[in-house]
Design a protein around this ligand. Sequence first.
Ligand code: BJW
Ligand code: ZN
Length: 245
Amino acid sequence: MTPENPIEQARQWIAAAKRVAALTGAGISAESGIPTFRSAGGLWRNFRAEDLATPRAFARDPKTVWEWYDWRRGLIAKAKPNLGHFALAQLEQRLGDRFTLITQNVDGLHNRAGSQRVLKLHGDIWWTMCIACREVRSDFRVPLPELPPRCGACGGMLRPGVVWFGEPLPGATWEQAEEAVRQCELLIVAGTSSIVYPAASLAPLARSHGARVMEINTEETPLSGTADLCLRGPSGEILPQIIES
Ligand code: BJW
Ligand code: ZN
């Protein structure tokens, strides 16, 4: 059932909830000019993003995978957070630790919008990890001087500090995300196709613990049928309307 005024409904739910969690995906950064994974603009040199985001692709051809990440790092470095990112930062300011932001994105735009506590389920594009000594470091250079880059400590090959298909999510981060979702009264799911697991299991987990689930997306997703409220449109327009006091 669609309420008469879904924006007003969403505002009321946010105002009434003691604890709120939000799960974001690539769509929230689309209005910052960053292509999503499964849109037409998600293609790079005719590769599908999903075929590059795998340990197998990296083992076979680390240079090509790094070239894709280097290209994305360049786009992200030039991009600015949009009104959707800022609205969620504002919600954190208002609710403090009664709000948890969980993101699948690796672009760091939530941090740049002012969000202080961000649970990054799929890592961060500005982190590198040495495949030999496992050291994780931040590296903000764009472009990187050498592809693939090498570890300053041991000379081993570095990989992007992100989570690829078939790899486990960072354990502590995932546990905090699950806990926040179990505790919340409202889960806002914005700009994700809701097809990548285990992130996509957070909405059903919220519902099974009695929370309302609100989806914000320009298109229908597998979540739409079970969400309590679907707001159709760009998150950069909708989030400010439902969050601004
Ligand atoms: C807008 C908009 C606007 C556009 N406003 N909206 C069943 C259960 C559990 C697991 C599996 C399962 N079946 C298969 C699996 C395995 C797999 C999986 O889920 N596969 C599916 C594709 C079926 N999952 C995994 O492998 C995960 N690991 C795992 O399960 O480990 C188990 C394990 C345990 C112990 C030991 C070993 C293993 C890992 C998943 C990692 C995903 N990684 C990536 C790459 C990250 C690095 C990088 O960025 O390069 O994460 S893939 C990619 O997809 C990226 C994203 O975070 C993720 C989700 O995509 P997202 O954000 O939803 O983007 P899009 O493009 O799909 O959607 C954008 C949406 O925005 C669209 O809906 C638009 O309409 C919308 N939109 N503009 C609002 N302005
Ligand atoms: Zn090393």
